[in-house]
Design a protein around this ligand. Structure first.
Ligand code: NAD
Length: 701
């Protein structure tokens, strides 16, 4: 392996330049090289000051998280000790922050005596996103150099700040001019310090006077972030670590930080968030597919259908700077779609999220037409018309005749068979599913549906495109509902069944939100539309003909015209945005239960959670067995990013790994045996779940 540090001395300055692509991560080799370099410079009488910089576009991306949980993470020199050594150096060390300084990378800079930043540099401590706090002095140095409020904000939010903000808060000492050559500027800065005999500095010498922190300040801050951070222990630990920086010696604060850091490392939340971090990085690796395969160019896009999804997808591309041709069936439908798009951007301008110029430039990228021929020049067409296989097949036949050779033809279908749609063309290799979620310009998930004939380059182009659109792309094979909606089926089926057994919608939703779901399932159904779920059941009656209660409550609401929020009534009643319980729904459920001979009873919160979540996990297991998803992490990404599963639980499969396949299997069997015919019908565990329970195995490998 090449040396992760370049070392040179020039006119009294030692330059320690980190040189480990792509992000100078602080693995053991880098730490050892930094220590060597520092010692060499300290021992060299010709060196007056040390400039610690980077040959990469970033300054330093932080700890090497592939070392987490391995002995290499703490192998000497560990980061905590190394930074204390840098801080104790007898010669001034100047951090030359040319780009991102994140996590351990910023902690490294904070341990230096002086910090000089490029105007484009960004500085942050994003450890909370991995369920941790900074563990190499960040919680102690940042409040000392900046302020307690600034440190609290940066560390509990994990959000990076820009160089100007860092300068304003004393986190950096100087920033290069916008047109200055950074290397020359930092060298000049170091020379000035050196010629002025600038002293070494240490956070050890800075005390935060408790009198500067108003009474109740920490508790107010806690209360302010409580709702957003529910379920996550790291923000609270960050607050406690920063509290320990106030009125206490530096060494004591560091010790408190270390203790909290190691405690957090052992929490299921940290495991869950790190699992998602790696899942996101791994989701574009497709087994058997060469990642170097040349991609197709996507510079222009056509979208067919300007309804809810088509309009959202158009915004998504325009936001990424990609021109869109939006095709509708009539002028009226087109105007409606374009009007919706304009209203969305206008709303953003009104809320101060976008300036009027940006809006105009973005909206100008979307051109509407009713002329299908306008699609003849685009690189990618996405179909977002009604969810009806016959209509989609007819449309793809037409597209085949219009689209240019080599264009990718994508469908946004939620449930239909992508292979049958592809077979309507003479180029099934060019067909792929691009399943966006509503609202498409906001939701991060993108299911990329790989058909039986989808070409490798088409699949890889679709995945890259997902990243360009700032989405989390996940590959799914072809099956009814793909990964996400297929798993939604058992989850929502159980919720609906629980109503017949005596639970109320509000009780079920409360149990699910207390588990950590962003919304309860009945609130979700009311939002998406009870008619949409009713539609999804049509044509599939044979799959649940042996369960007379299946979909019964949804069907009854549908027949009453209670479609959810859009009609003011669904599982709940709505007055504007306010939701309230509706005794009529409870009565309706009791009536259906009576007809079907289902006994109503008190149902515990624990039962609600197990009944909804275990079948969800088991469906995930079947999806893995069938090869519809490549990895359990892909399923987790789908459910966390598309369905509101709590990220701090890591997704359904990670949750199963955490509680153990044995627990899930025992739960499935318990309900199989206690719920009569219904249990026998729906709670038969998958082979994979049984196998993992027997072997003590995990879904995640
Ligand atoms: P929608 O009813 O809001 O919009 C469909 C639009 O397609 C209408 O404006 C209609 O005029 C237009 N259209 C129909 N046939 C056309 C044709 N031949 N040429 C041009 N335009 C045509 O529906 P939607 O909710 O936007 O759903 C569109 C697709 O996206 C469906 O396949 C749906 O399953 C899928 N989807 C929907 C959601 C959701 O939450 N709404 C989420 C993911 C995927």
């Amino acid at each position: 392996m090449s040396d992760p540090i370049q070392y040179r001395v020039e006119d009294g300055l030692a330059f320690l330049t980190m040189d480990a692509p792509p992000v100078n991560s602080l693995g053991q080799a880098m730490r050892a090289a930094l220590l060597d370099g520092l010692q060499q410079a300290e021992a060299d009488d010709n060196v007056d000051a040390i400039v610690l910089g980077s040959s990469q576009r970033v300054f330093c991306g932080g700890a090497d998280i592939s070392e987490f949980g391995s002995p290499r993470f703490l192998a000497e020199p560990d980061l905590f000790g190394l930074l204390n050594t840098i801080e104790a150096a007898s010669k001034p060390v100047i951090a030359a922050i040319n780009g991102f300084a994140l996590g351990g990378g910023l902690e490294l800079a904070l341990a230096c005596d002086y910090r000089f930043a490029a105007p484009t540099a960004r500085l942050g401590l994003p450890e909370v996103n991995l369920g941790l706090i900074p563990g190499a002095g960040g919680t102690q140095r940042l409040p000392r150099l900046a302020s307690v409020p600034k440190a609290l904000d940066m560390i509990t939010s994990g959000k990076p700040i820009d160089a100007a903000d860092a300068l304003a808060h004393g986190i950096v000492d100087a920033v290069a001019g916008p047109d200055e050559d950074f290397a020359a500027a930092v060298t000049a800065y170091a020379r000035t310090l050196s010629s002025e005999d600038a002293p070494v500095r240490s956070c050890n010498d800075i005390d935060i006077d408790p009198a500067t922190v108003p009474d109740g300040f920490f508790d107010d801050f806690r209360a302010g972030i409580a709702r957003k951070t529910q379920g996550y222990p790291a923000p609270e630990a960050a607050i406690q670590a920063i509290e320990a920086a106030v009125g206490q010696p530096f060494a004591e604060g560091l010790a408190r930080e270390q203790a909290l850091f190691f405690e957090l490392g052992e929490t299921p939340q940290a495991r869950a968030l790190q699992h998602l971090f790696f899942a996101e990085r791994g989701s574009r690796k497709i087994p058997g597919l060469d990642p170097k395969t040349a991609r197709r160019d996507i510079n222009t896009v056509g979208i067919v259908g300007a309804g809810t999804m088509g309009a959202g997808i158009a915004m998504c591309f325009a936001n990424a700077g990609i021109p869109v041709t939006l095709v509708e069936i009539s002028d009226q439908a087109l105007e409606r779609g374009l009007g919706r798009i304009r209203a969305d951007y206008d709303g953003r301008v009104e809320r101060g999220r976008l300036d009027a110029d940006q809006r105009d430039r973005t909206v100008a990228l979307i051109e509407g037409t009713t002329d299908f021929q306008a699609l003849s020049h685009v690189d990618l067409v996405i179909e977002a018309v009604f969810e009806d296989l016959a209509i989609k097949i007819e449309l793809f036949e037409k597209l085949d005749g219009v689209a240019r050779t080599g264009a990718i033809l994508a469908t946004n279908t939620s449930y239909q068979d992508v292979d049958r749609i592809a077979a309507a063309t003479n180029r099934p290799r060019d067909v792929v599913g691009l399943h966006f979620f509503s609202p498409a310009n906001i939701m991060r998930l993108l299911e990329v549906v790989r058909g039986a004939h989808t070409a490798d380059d088409v699949l890889l182009t679709a995945l890259d495109l997902g990243i360009r659109l700032k989405k989390v792309p996940v590959v799914s094979g072809v099956c009814h509902g793909f990964i996400g909606n297929r798993m939604l089926e058992p989850y929502s089926r159980e919720a609906a069944r629980l109503l017949l057994e005596g639970a109320t919608p509000a009780q079920v939703d409360a149990a699910l939100t207390s588990f950590g779901f962003a919304m309860g399932i009945f609130a979700v159904m009311d939002l998406a539309g009870i008619d949409v779920f009713w539609m999804a059941r049509q044509g599939r009656q044979d799959t649940f003909a042996d369960d007379p209660g299946y979909g019964a409550i949804g069907d009854a609401l549908y027949e009453l015209g209670r479609y959810g929020q859009k009609t003011g009534r669904g599982f709940y009643r709505y007055e504007g945005r306010d939701r309230s319980e509706d005794p009529e729904v409870v009565e309706l459920a009791a009536k259906i239960a009576g007809k079907l001979g289902i006994e109503q009873r008190e149902i515990s919160e624990q039962e609600i959670i197990e009944r909804c979540v275990y079948p969800l996990i088991d469906e995930g297991a079947r999806i893995l067995e069938e090869g519809i998803a490549y990895r359990s992490g892909d399923i987790d990404l789908v459910w966390v990013n598309g369905y509101g599963f709590p990220a701090w639980r890591g997704g359904p499969m990670q949750y199963a790994d955490e509680i153990g396949a044995r627990t899930v299997l025992d739960g499935m069997r318990k309900y199989r045996d206690s719920l009569g015919d219904y249990g026998q019908r729906w709670f038969q565990p998958s082979a994979l779940l049984q196998e993992l329970a027997t072997d003590g195995g995990r879904f995640s490998r």
